[in-house]
Design a protein around this ligand. Structure first.
Ligand code: ATP
Ligand code: MG
Length: 394
């Protein structure tokens, strides 16, 4: 019924016509059965990569060493991955060497949770070797097989567990939760970027509070960057109103202000992008001013459009009862929102007889501040007069 599945059905049929098995697998099956939107359709097959490439005219070797070939069809790309087992996990991380196999069940065995180990044929028949359907129905997240072994093989699965707990609103089955408590220190072996991806998704999920509670109660948080002593602050974060947070900048802003940490250093340790770091830095710079009356014009201006938007959105998430429309209105009402909008430029000052240099830069900054604070109108005449008067006073 889903258009993304519909478009991929001919791919599965072509593989079957060539004498192999092919299934939809992973998150797309889980999400479709839950009635959730689907991001990407993953296909698993008994055909080896070379055999997949023999079936389709146009393919790309996207991850051939892991058995993944992208099939191009009508302008779309479909990831087709050969059934595989993974073994020889070293350092508690996913191995990069895999064995291709012909059996679906063996492929399902290597997957992390029962609800992620469902497969579906092109006609919609679900192949459920590990009772994933029952767990899906009960909203339970359960490791495939022995949780202790599975988290020992790949410690990232523990972060995935708390992420799915929040993203799907599922409950961890007790032995799976225990497995996280018992194996939490292994998270140290996982790259920060991968931990961060899962943690951001936890923060943006529908049941962030449950995901955070498990992160705290299992002790897993201690092995996340900068969180060694963050237990109480994370509990505070978990106690914020339950509404879903809209984006990563808002989520990390709420985290940074709750922890009371310096945003740049903290977010760099978490390997976040410069774009996110700048947004959070700008938003947190005006955070202290949000508690009382409307912040002064210069604070608003310095935070910038994105900083103000992120700060006000985050503040609204933390304090849904407070009205921030007056602050938004004060920002919107500023006479300029960016230096580019200043009606006075360096060439204006040169034309008026000023020498380029440090003093000129200072004059322009003074003019900018005067306009933002409402001391002078943003016109060239008014600003020239203001700058020249200040110049004579110096
Ligand atoms: P989403 O796409 O919403 O992140 P997903 O379940 O599709 O969820 P992916 O990371 O896209 O997650 O992985 C696709 C599938 O591959 C999973 O459903 C799971 O079966 C398997 N998988 C992914 N990562 C792991 C892992 N670390 N250990 C075991 N199986 C995994
Ligand atoms: Mg996926």
């Amino acid at each position: 019924s889903n258009p993304q599945f519909q478009a991929a059905i001919p791919i599965l049929q072509r593989i079957e016509d060539a004498g192999f098995e092919a299934y939809f697998v992973g998150g797309c099956v889980r999400d479709a059965l839950l009635g959730l939107p689907i991001h990407d359709v993953d296909i698993a097959t008994s055909a080896y990569p070379a055999e997949v490439k023999g079936i389709f005219r146009r393919t790309v070797d996207t991850g051939i060493q892991h058995g993944t070939v992208t099939v191009l069809d009508h302008g779309a790309g479909y990831e087709v991955t050969t059934f595989r087992t993974e073994s020889g996990y070293q350092d508690f991380r996913r191995p990069d060497s895999v064995q291709f196999v012909r059996s679906l069940k063996e492929d399902q065995l290597r997957r992390d949770f029962t609800v992620n180990a469902l497969a579906a044929r092109h006609d919609g028949t679900v192949i459920d070797n590990f009772n994933g359907l029952a767990d899906l129905h009960d909203h339970v997240l359960r490791a495939v097989g022995n949780p202790d072994d599975r988290f020992g093989e790949d410690a990232l699965r523990m972060m995935r567990a708390v992420r799915f707990e929040s993203q799907l609103g599922f409950t961890l089955e007790p032995a799976t939760a225990q497995g996280i408590s018992d194996n939490a220190p292994l998270l140290q072996h996982i790259a920060v970027e991968r931990i961060a991806t899962e943690f951001t998704r936890l923060l943006l999920g529908i049941d962030r509070r449950a995901g955070l509670r498990t992160l705290i109660d299992s002790g897993l948080y201690q092995y996340c960057p900068q969180f060694a002593a963050a237990g109480p602050a994370l509990a505070q974060l978990a106690a914020l109103p339950a509404s879903q947070w809209p984006n990563a900048a808002v989520a990390w802003t709420l985290l940074v202000v709750t922890l009371g940490v310096a945003p740049r250093k903290f977010l760099r340790a978490w390997k976040q992008s410069n774009d996110l770091i700048e947004a959070v830095q700008a938003a947190t710079s005006m955070w202290p001013a949000l508690g009382g009356t409307v912040p002064d014009n210069w604070t608003l201006y310095a935070a910038g459009t994105r900083g103000v938007t992120v700060a006000l959105t985050a503040y609204g998430c933390a304090h849904p009862d407070r009205d921030v429309t007056a602050i938004r209105a004060a920002y919107d009402g500023l006479s300029i929102h960016h230096k580019d909008e200043l009606a006075l430029s360096g060439s204006d000052l040169i034309a008026a007889g000023m020498q380029p240099g440090r003093a000129m830069g200072q004059a322009l900054r003074r003019a900018e501040r005067a306009v933002v604070t409402g001391t002078v109108a943003n016109t060239r005449t008014a600003l020239l007069a203001y700058v020249q008067a200040a110049d004579q006073a110096d």
